[in-house]
Design a protein around this ligand. Sequence first.
Ligand SMILES: CC(C)(COP(=O)(O)OP(=O)(O)OC[C@H]1O[C@@H](n2cnc3c(N)ncnc32)[C@H](O)[C@@H]1OP(=O)(O)O)[C@@H](O)C(=O)NCCC(=O)NCCS
Length: 162
Amino acid sequence: MHLRPYRDDDAAATLDVFHRAIRLLASRDYTAEQVDAWASPDIDPVVWAGRRAAARTQVAEADGRVVGFTDVDEDGYVDMLFVEPDVARQGVGSALLRWARATAVELGAHELTTNASLTARPAFEAHGFVVVAEQHPVLRGVELTNFRMRCDLGPGPGAAAG
Ligand SMILES: CC(C)(COP(=O)(O)OP(=O)(O)OC[C@H]1O[C@@H](n2cnc3c(N)ncnc32)[C@H](O)[C@@H]1OP(=O)(O)O)[C@@H](O)C(=O)NCCC(=O)NCCS
């Protein structure tokens, strides 16, 4: 397994991982109605592709197949973290989170933040994130539970030493 930047031809594969991760992994923590609202069949593939390309997306690839993806912005916000269920619990999510951390540091961010699902919360906690607030966003008319989480990256390059 290795990580590489997202390419335009990864759009369908990342959307497939997104759907499968929610339907096969997150479904243990969310109702069928919540899963349908989140992994909606109505997601427009063109809008999806545009967002992934714009979001500094990094993919995990194994044997030529996309098995996970994440992203991070210059403020350290991680929007997406999804792993193919076939390879869950094998360190793919951790590798992606290590990339997000290193990239955020390079970009000068002082913290990592995310809105973590019930399912992803333990993975973020394993990487030093703490819960800031429980949230109840409404997605396509259905209320879900997630957690605002953050992780300190330490003082930035401009901070005084000693
Ligand atoms: C969350 C997710 C990305 C984790 O990916 P993963 O590749 O399985 O994660 P890793 O194998 O790197 O696990 C890292 C650590 O996270 C924790 N963890 C991951 N899955 C866990 C689970 N099901 N239960 C408890 N802890 C878990 C563990 O501490 C694990 O370390 P360990 O295996 O050495 O004990 C994946 O489960 C997923 O795609 N979930 C569904 C989609 C989702 O909710 N995405 C997040 C949206 S905010």
